[in-house]
Design a protein around this ligand. Structure first.
Ligand code: SF4
Ligand code: SF4
Length: 360
């Protein structure tokens, strides 16, 4: 297998990607709810659906600072900041920014300041076209999408984290057009319908039409879509080689919790460093996106990155498999600005689409 790797890395584009990743080094990540508060209530938000806001963030910074110290000591070098709405706690974002690699998810209503946070990767949520987004995130009244477009116009830090419902593939082209015209790239996510809206929102409909439309967007907007066809396929089908996505294979579970012990002992790889911290900066839960939820509803993009990343060995049987693994890794590093996104997206595009390739 090591020989296979050497052979594949004779390809200069793959070697370039591989070396850039090696230069940054390994990621030891956690997820952190920066606050239990939010300025809106989205329909189907995992955070409030499972009452995670009962773990409240202390006002005093002493506990927060001590938490960051202890994570540095533990070896953490990457924090995914979620919540709650992180833009309500700018000073705490700054403290993390100064000491860790990081990524922030926001609803976009309040702009995260530029000064002093110039290289912050910001995933700005959108859940559909203005009508759908207003229904799902703005309680039928607030146009969250338009506010966020204005806040992040031509902001190189921002990319859209576009969550699409299974029956809403027809909205994708229009939403992407607006995001790209706003000067931002787009990453996709897949709606889980945790509040049970049913019909076109029901994840059990499957994401075939959404997947096809995302692939169209990748072709139509070279360098602007933070997805590859392979990654799109793995998330939307929940299949990786002979594995089926779910708790038994999920890699981002809190490894300090006894409730995850059976999972950690079942022989499937996992991320040994990972913990999902509540907003009390002390306790952890089963995984980033759930305490008790049914994993069948989970199409979370970030978790699927990790699923692919820990399976290098399974991707060494052919150059195509290896390229699929490496481009997924490289995409993760690029989205999170561990690699310059302009350089990263250019190399990714050349690797996927130069004439003798077509790897997906
Ligand atoms: S903005 Fe985020 S945390 Fe707030 S309700 Fe919506 S999904 Fe949940
Ligand atoms: S909800 Fe998703 S991330 Fe959480 S344990 Fe289940 S499969 Fe993993």
């Amino acid at each position: 297998m090591a020989n296979n790797l050497k052979t594949y890395l004779k390809d200069p584009l793959l070697l370039d990607m591989y070396q850039q990743i090696r230069k940054v080094g390994a990621i030891k990540s956690i997820s952190l709810d920066l606050t239990h508060r939010c300025n809106i209530r989205c329909v189907g938000c995992y955070y409030f659906e499972e009452g995670m806001d009962t773990f409240q963030s202390p006002k005093d910074d002493i506990l927060f600072d001590a938490f960051l110290d202890s994570e540095i000591e533990r070896g953490t070098n990457f924090i995914t900041i979620v919540g709650g709405e992180p833009s309500l706690e700018i000073n705490r974002i700054r403290k993390i920014y100064d000491r860790f690699y990081l990524s922030v998810a926001t609803n976009g209503i309040r702009k995260i300041p530029y000064k002093g946070l110039e290289h912050l990767p910001i995933g700005v949520a959108v859940w559909g076209n203005p009508e759908t987004d207003k229904q799902l995130r703005g309680n039928g009244k607030i146009d969250v999408f338009s506010k966020a477009l204005a806040n992040y116009k031509d902001d190189p830090r921002a990319f859209w984290y576009y969550t699409v419902a299974p029956g809403h593939s027809y909205e994708i082209a229009g939403v992407v057009e607006r995001c790209v015209a706003n000067g931002n790239r787009v990453l996709f996510n897949y709606y889980s319908d945790l509040s049970g809206l049913g019909n076109e929102y029901d994840y059990r409909l499957g994401f075939d039409m959404v997947r096809a439309e995302i692939d169209n967007m990748i072709r139509q907007y070279p360098g602007m879509i933070f997805m590859t066809p392979y990654f799109n396929k793995i998330i939307s089908t929940g299949r990786l080689f002979d594995m089926k996505w779910g708790y038994e294979v999920c890699t981002n579970i809190s490894t300090n919790l006894p409730l995850n012990e059976d999972r950690m002992n079942n022989g499937n790889p996992f991320n040994p460093h990972f913990r999902a911290y509540h907003a009390d900066f002390k306790t952890t839960r089963r995984c980033c996106t759930g305490s008790d939820r049914d994993c069948a509803s989970c199409f979370d993009t970030w978790e699927h990155f990790s699923w692919i990343m820990v399976h290098l060995r399974q991707h060494l049987s052919s150059k195509e498999d290896f390229s699929n693994w490496l481009t997924t890794m490289y995409l993760f590093y690029t989205i999170n600005r561990l690699i310059d996104p302009d350089i990263g997206m250019n190399l990714l595009h050349n690797t996927l689409y130069t004439s003798d390739r077509q790897l997906a």
